[in-house]
Design a protein around this ligand. Structure first.
Ligand SMILES: [Zn+2]
Length: 586
């Protein structure tokens, strides 16, 4: 197309599938599907909405949010410059367009992601807008339709973007509880944090023909496994074959298919016409009222005196902390089960065909009280690390964890999780077995679990794999642990783009315990002995035990419904409180 004059470029376009030169108007009439080969070109959110909803029914929801740069993130470009560029090139305020509308006469709330806007990445604003759309569906008692297109979480917003996976998931959980249908339509491409949350934990998952979806991207998997990927890997047909989607739908049938599904549910019946209305009062304020009466420890200053960062003035560089968190001598989950807990009885298996060695779990006692402990297991030697897949859980591991969480709730046991993973297993079979949906279901389940949940980041808290065990009432973090949306190496490779910039990326990502405490992602830092955890495991265990007890005991008296409400309130604040979080970093 480079030789074509600009005016003709708008009249004609070249099909990415068969390279045919197509008249643009004809292509648009055909819903941007190539009439020659059937290739589905990517759609922007406005065009997608135009194709799906009844003419004249669209009511856009507000998209103006406070400026978002919670970390003051700078790579080779400051993040605000990237945002300005994305706004100018797309004409959108953010990477999602939200609306209410009718589809075949059925009222719905819709959130449609736009890949053109910073790769459709999930940041605080996108998470907040989708959450508000889900809350609107709950208030209106209508189904929620999500159209996803995303490379994953937005690195420039660090762990706060990771939290959005939980925030949107708990809004979906609320719709489940209310008996309202949720549908996601996967479009090309849907990856990472979006795939591992609201793209796959909805009631129904439709894949548009030609869409690819997965937790880890093909390039990452090829790099790590050094193997060629199977034909059609992560495509819609692959997903259907592996039981991960309800159906694969051609674009020309998508609207009719949605109409048929909406008609099948009570809430989707066009009994009541959509009523134009004012925005409801923000849900979080109502929740805050409920929580105000409870005397739970709520800030980084609360909790065990011997276990806060206050007595450890030494500030380590973020990259040094990353190396400390990965130190092979660092105590593992099994070490802590031996030193912090008593009478551990390990429980195995996901009951679906596998037992993942990277996740260990079972019942144990903490100061005489029975608890369910679930954690990632690494190892100290190469042989141990290999046997445990370096603490990278497979879908079977996430499903084992899910089984144990649910069991704990049934038995009235509190859950303690110990998080130490570079991330979820980025392998071919993990994708075949539904890694994204396995993580998504854990995140959603933790937002509804009617028993106390206390999470500790003990070493590496690597992205969605870590969050799958860390949606908790209280999140603690060992002083030299890290918790991040992406590894510094991965971030450097994409944004700088050179892996040798990992130390800079580590600093920019705000992945250390003190930074995450200031951002509110973590409630308390558990100090390590003056050298580090691996030099004095006994003292580390002693401090961790004290911190666990201080944080767990107040939770035991909270009624389950209140516990769940407060947990959701905790994860609801990350989209809205960005300004104050940012102030805390200065
Ligand atoms: Zn074509």
């Amino acid at each position: 197309m480079t030789a074509t004059a600009p005016r003709e470029e708008q009249l004609w376009s070249r099909c990415a599938g068969c390279a045919s030169l197509l008249y643009r108007k004809r292509l648009r009439r055909n819903l941007d599907v190539c009439p020659e080969c059937g290739e589905h070109a990517r759609l922007g959110a406005p065009e997608r909405l135009r194709q799906l909803v009844d003419p004249g029914s669209l009511r856009l929801l507000p998209d103006q949010l406070p400026e978002a740069d919670p970390l003051d993130f700078v790579d080779v470009l400051p993040y605000p410059h990237r945002l300005t560029g994305a706004r100018a090139s797309t004409g959108l305020a953010e990477g999602v367009v939200c609306a209410t509308a009718t589809i075949g006469g059925h009222p719905v709330a819709l959130a449609v992601m736009d890949f053109r806007f910073l790769g459709g990445s999930l940041g605080c604003a996108v998470g907040e807008l989708i959450t508000r759309t889900a809350e609107r569906a709950l208030d209106d008692r209508t189904p929620l339709v999500l159209v996803t297109a995303s490379g994953g979480a937005r690195m420039q917003e660090g762990a706060l973007s990771l939290m959005q996976m939980a925030t949107v998931s708990q809004a979906i959980a609320a719709l489940r509880e209310a008996g309202l249908l949720t549908v996601s339509v996967l479009t090309d491409p849907t990856y990472g944090g979006v795939a591992a949350s609201f793209a796959t934990n909805t009631d129904l998952v439709l894949a548009e023909s030609g869409a690819r979806m997965g937790f880890a991207g093909p390039r990452v998997i090829r790099q790590i496994t050094g193997r060629a990927l199977p034909e059609g890997f992560q495509t819609a047909d692959f997903l259907l074959r592996h039981g991960q989607v309800d159906m694969v739908v051609q674009r020309r049938s998508l609207r009719a298919r949605l109409v048929a599904l909406l008609a099948a549910t009570r809430a989707g019946r066009p009994a009541r016409p959509p009523v134009p209305r004012q925005e409801p009062a923000p849900r979080r304020e109502r929740l805050a009222d409920d929580g105000a009466a409870l005397a739970l420890p709520t800030g980084p200053e609360a909790g065990a005196a011997p276990a806060t960062a206050a007595d450890t003035p030494a500030v380590r560089d973020a990259w040094d902390t990353v190396r400390m968190a990965r130190h092979p001598g660092r105590p593992t989950t099994l070490d802590y089960l031996d030193s912090v807990f008593d009478g551990f009885v390990e429980l195995h298996g996901d009951r679906l065909g596998a037992d993942c060695p990277a996740i260990v779990g079972g019942v144990a006692r903490l100061a005489g009280r029975h608890v369910m402990v679930i954690g990632h297991q690494k190892g100290h030697t190469t042989a141990e690390l290999v046997a445990r897949n370096f603490g990278m859980a497979s879908p079977a591991g996430h499903r084992k964890a899910l089984r144990l969480m649910r069991l704990a709730a049934r038995l009235g046991l509190p859950v303690v999780t110990l998080v130490d993973t570079p991330g979820a297993d980025p392998g071919v079979s993990a994708e075949e077995q539904g890694q994204a949906a396995a993580i998504a279901e854990n995140i959603l389940t933790l937002t509804v679990l009617p028993t106390p949940v206390l999470a500790v980041i003990t070493g590496e808290g690597g992205s969605g794999g870590a969050l799958a065990l860390a949606v908790a009432d209280r999140v603690l973090m060992l002083e030299n642990a890290v918790y991040s949306v992406i590894s510094p190496e991965g971030c450097a490779a994409i944004l700088w783009p050179d892996r040798s910039a990992a130390p800079q990326a580590a600093r920019a990502l705000r992945l250390t315990a003190p930074d995450l405490c200031r951002l509110g992602v973590v409630d308390e830092v558990v100090s390590e002995p003056s050298s580090a955890a691996h030099d004095d495991p006994a003292e580390t265990a002693h401090r961790l035990r004290a911190a666990l007890l201080t944080n767990l005991l107040p939770l035991l008296d909270v009624p389950p419904a209140m516990l769940v409400r407060l947990r959701r309130q905790r994860f609801r604040r990350f989209g809205a409180n960005r300004a104050s979080a940012r102030a805390g970093l200065r």
